[in-house]
Write a protein that binds this ligand. Structure first.
Ligand code: PEP
Ligand code: MG
Length: 568
């Protein structure tokens, strides 16, 4: 068994075809006739551009515009005077075309590969792709035609370049193994777009695996088996069938309403950290944003984002969501989230310290900047404000008063905003849970943050592996707390959602349906899974199970009973 990076989910089983690297050696000679060499170079560049734009067009049609942009980027690169111009200059000075291409590309590869940013490092691999393609044209090397491989092929290559990918016929290639590349590399992006299971960064794969051998590619776990024995093979054939069945079941939920088995409509929102993630939420069929963790805007910056910078980000999310609800959580820092430029004090107990709404209310000038940016952006969609780590009603009142102050100022200055903008509480502390009835009278909505609610209820640091055995949302104490919060919200007639990880847990979903939760906010990739599970439970079935569960007195028995009843 070989381990690598799980880059594209699913299981592929097939016969190996190793794509060997070409020998790109050449004799670096001085040229006399520089004009003729320049012609040879220009012809190669023209051929490269023609082939690349044909491949981009093919990818655009077969896979999608986003994936085609990778190859279009190669065209932009080679057309940049700092690249082709520099190469031409070197040829003018007597170098052969191959040396010129290699030297200029290597200079850029060197520069980009040293950068911290993932995107910049990816550019180094793009240039390496461009270099190899042009050298092959200059040296008259023909690529293996991947489009001709037999059905049931597992491709094994050093790297899967976009140009190679454009030739992949999805009907024939059942798996991909490469020696380099990570989750965000182009090979991974393209493999995922083609829905072909892929395991990347398997060291020496092209040496270790031979043509015609049988390989299993488990792109979900990131493992590869070569010439597996009968047991492993039949185990993986079963796994593959399960995976395919589940995937096609999930696809059937795309574009569908989120409804319980007995027809009650529920809302299924997404948790996001950046404005870009909102696009993912739409792609994944999310019905709104249930949690925009605004602190990432602050953490990804080297300065406190200005009102205009924040406004632009919130407006982008609102517009991307096109009128669907967007719940923006105000700055939730402290605990394990530090923002160096804020110079926050070191604390003995940071999770119990000066954090989230406490910090914001103690630094009102900065908080007002954020609240103003959010209220301004509310003119562009259905934005709601959510306060993290509430522990007493005074915090809610203070934030609401600040929002009122901003509204008055905007009215006086004719600044547009949504007059009905709601202010809600995150319920993620035992204190808030115990006064949920009081908070519900003044909050416009609740969202249960089970990640912290579990931490604070169980008194376990959510990041400490020594006490992880106690960190479970299925502890009776946590379940009682969740039940109480939902009941208090429902009694007061305000919507209650959940944005902690538990909202997407298949075992938790029937309990939440029974408690009366109306909005689930999950990681975008889990939207269809959550919708599918919700559709399998009626209120009556969920109530029956919940009555049994709430009578149990310990976490292990609860999880066991939920697993037995699971419809996953
Ligand atoms: C939570 O605590 O459940 C939550 C959603 O917020 P975070 O994980 O960002 O603390
Ligand atoms: Mg939290």
């Amino acid at each position: 068994m070989f381990k690598g990076i799980a880059a594209s989910r699913g299981i592929g089983i097939g016969s190996v075809c190793v794509i060997k690297e070409h020998d790109l050696n050449y004799e670096a000679k001085k040229v006399e006739d520089t004009a003729a060499e320049k012609d040879r170079f220009n012809n190669a560049i023209e051929k490269f551009k023609k082939e690349t734009s044909e491949m981009a067009e093919d990818i655009r049609k077969r896979i999608g515009p986003k994936e085609a942009e990778i190859l279009e980027g190669h065209l932009v690169m080679i057309s940049d005077p700092s690249m082709s111009g520099e190469m031409a200059k070197m040829i003018d000075s007597g170098q052969c075309a191959e040396s010129a291409v290699e030297a200029v590309c290597d200079m850029f590869i060197n520069m980009f590969s040293k950068m911290d940013d993932d995107m910049m490092r990816q550019r180094a691999s793009d240039i390496s792709d461009v270099k190899v393609s042009i050298l092959k044209i200059l040296l008259g090397i023909e690529d293996v035609n991947i489009s001709q491989v037999a059905p049931g092929t597992v491709l094994v290559a050093k790297d899967l370049t976009p140009s190679m990918t454009s030739q992949i016929n999805k009907e024939n290639v059942v798996g991909i193994i490469t020696e380099v590349g990570g989750k965000t590399s182009h090979s991974a992006i393209l493999a995922r777009a083609l829905e072909i299971p892929a395991v990347l960064s398997v060291p020496d794969a092209t040496e270790l695996v031979k043509d015609k051998e049988t390989a299993i590619v488990d792109g979900t776990e990131g493992v590869v088996f070569v010439n597996p024995d009968g047991d492993v093979l039949s185990q993986y054939i079963r796994k593959r069938e399960d995976y395919i069945r589940k995937q096609s079941e999930l696809k059937g939920f795309y574009g569908k309403e989120t409804k319980t088995k007995d027809g009650t409509s529920l809302e299924l929102f997404c948790n996001i950290g950046t404005p870009k993630d909102a696009k993912k939420a739409i792609e994944c069929d999310g019905e709104g944003i249930g949690l925009f963790r605004s602190e990432f805007l602050f953490m990804d910056n080297n300065h406190m984002p200005t009102e205009d910078e924040q406004f632009a980000a919130y407006k982008e999310v609102a517009e991307t969501m096109g009128g669907k609800p967007v719940i923006i959580r105000t700055l939730d820092i402290g605990g394990d989230k530090d923002i160096p430029y804020l110079n926050m004090k070191k604390e003995e107990n940071p999770f119990l310290g000066y954090r989230a709404v406490r910090y914001c209310l103690g630094n009102k000038d900065s908080y007002m900047i954020q609240l103003r940016a959010i209220v301004r952006a509310s003119a562009f969609g259905k934005i709601k404000i959510m306060i993290p780590l509430v522990t007493c009603v005074d915090e809610l009142r203070e934030v609401k008063a600040l929002v009122e102050e901003i509204k008055k100022d905007f009215d006086a200055n004719n600044i547009a905003y949504d007059k009905d903008i709601e202010v809600g509480c995150m319920i993620e502390t035992p204190a808030a849970s115990l006064i949920a009835d009081i908070l519900a009278k003044e909050a416009d909505f609740f969202s249960i943050g089970t990640n912290d609610l579990t931490q604070y209820t169980m008194s376990v640091d959510r990041g400490n592996s020594d006490v992880a055995y106690l960190y479970s949302t299925f502890q009776p104490s946590v379940l009682r707390s969740i039940k109480n919060i939902i009941e208090c919200g429902n009694k007061a007639g305000i919507p209650v959602g959940m944005c902690g990880e538990a909202a997407a847990d298949p075992l938790m979903i029937p309990l939440l349906i029974s408690f009366g939760l109306t909005e689930f906010s999950v990681n975008p990739v889990l939207v269809l899974t959550a919708r599918c599970i919700i559709s399998k439970w009626s209120k009556e079935e969920a109530d029956e199970l919940t009555n049994k569960i709430m009578a149990l007195d310990n976490e292990q028995d609860i999880v066991k009973a939920l697993k037995e009843a699971s419809k996953d």
